[in-house]
Design a protein around this ligand. Structure first.
Ligand SMILES: [Zn+2]
Length: 279
C-alpha cells in the first residue's frame, strides 16, 4: 500500500502499518495507560473515539493545520469556529496568538521551515512503520510541532517520579521511531557501501508552543541517549503489538479507559474495598 496524505490516517493504512500513535494505544505512556482491547477495537473500527472537540483541542488543531499549510481546508471543515464576518470566535482567538508568537521568533520559524508533512515508511523490528514528519530538514534534522498546556509543567508518578511533558506523552518514543525510520530510508537510498557510511541519525527536535494565557515557546533538542532508550523499548514491544494486530492472542482490557467502561459487563458485585484497589 502506497501512503499519501489522503489515506495516511485510514483504517487500511493503520492495519498495514504500525504508527507511533497506534503503538502508544497498545503500550501506553506515563500519562496514559495502554489498552490492548481498546487499541484493537479502534483498529477494527469497532470503537470510534469520542471526538468531543473540546475548545483546547480545536485550538491545537488550528495551530497544527496552519503550520501544515492546510488552514484553508481546516477552516472549511470547521465553520462553527468562526463568526459571521469570518473572524475567529473569541474562545479560539488563542490559536492566532499562538501562531503569531511562534512566527515572531526567528529560531522557531527556522525550525518549522523544513519540508512539511513528509511521509516515510520502513520495516523496523519486523513491522512496517509509517511516520509523518512535521518539518523535515533533509540531512540536518527532524522537527515535530507540539501544542501543549504548558511547556514547563511537571508531572508526577508514584513509580517513576517527575516527568516533563515529552516523557509524559511519549514524545521520546515518537522521536526514536521517526529518527530510525528516517535513517533506514537514508540507508535504503544508498547505492554504495561508501554512501551508507555517510548516513547518520538526524537530531530530533520538538518545536513547542503552549496554550497558556501568554503562549510560551521553545525549541527542544532531545538527547540521543533518551532516543536510544526509547528505541530499545520500542524494539522490546513491537513483536507483541504485531501479534496482537495479527489476532494471535486475546487483547487484555485495561478496565480504565473509555472503551473498557463502555463495554464492561457486570457478572458479580464487587467489594467496596475493591474500589481503591492497590494503593
Ligand atoms: Zn481499556
Amino acid at each position: 500500500m502506497i501512503l499519501t496524505s489522503e489515506n495516511y490516517f485510514s483504517q487500511e493504512a493503520d492495519k498495514a502499518y504500525l504508527s507511533v500513535s497506534q503503538y502508544k494505544n497498545f503500550i501506553g505512556t506515563h500519562g496514559k495507560v495502554g489498552c490492548e482491547a481498546y487499541a484493537i477495537a479502534k483498529l477494527n473500527g469497532m470503537w470510534v473515539e469520542d471526538m468531543e472537540e473540546s475548545d483546547a483541542l480545536m485550538v491545537g488543531s488550528y495551530v497544527d493545520s496552519h503550520f501544515e499549510g492546510t488552514l484553508d481546508l481546516f477552516k472549511a471543515q470547521h465553520p462553527c469556529m468562526f463568526k459571521k464576518d469570518g473572524s475567529l470566535m473569541a474562545k479560539y482567538i488563542k490559536a492566532n496568538e499562538m501562531i503569531e508568537r511562534c512566527e515572531r521568533d526567528e529560531l522557531f520559524s527556522q525550525f518549522m521551515a523544513g519540508e512539511k508533512q513528509i511521509i516515510m515508511t520502513a520495516n523496523m523490528f519486523g513491522a512496517d512503520w509509517k511516520i509523518k514528519i512535521d518539518s523535515y530538514h533533509k540531512g540536518k534534522c527532524i522537527v515535530d510541532l507540539k501544542t501543549c498546556q504548558s511547556i514547563s509543567k511537571v508531572f508526577y508518578h508514584k513509580d517513576s517520579g517527575y516527568m516533563n511533558f515529552l516523557s509524559e506523552w511519549g514524545y521520546y518514543i515518537q522521536g526514536a521511531v521517526y529518527q530510525q525510520v528516517e535513517y533506514l530510508n537514508q540507508l535504503a537510498n544508498c547505492k554504495t557501501e561508501e554512501e551508507k557510511e555517510q548516513c547518520f541519525k538526524l537530531p530530533f527536535y520538538i518545536a513547542a508552543v503552549s496554550k497558556e494565557k501568554v503562549p510560551d515557546i521553545q525549541v527542544i533538542a532531545v538527547e540521543q541517549s533518551l532516543l536510544d532508550e526509547a528505541l530499545a523499548e520500542v524494539e522490546h514491544n513491537t513483536q507483541k503489538v504485531l501479534q496482537l494486530k495479527n489476532n494471535d492472542y486475546e487483547p487484555i482490557r485495561c478496565e480504565q479507559c473509555d472503551y473498557c467502561k463502555h463495554t464492561r459487563v457486570l457478572t458479580v458485585p464487587i467489594w467496596s474495598s475493591d474500589l481503591i484497589g492497590e494503593v
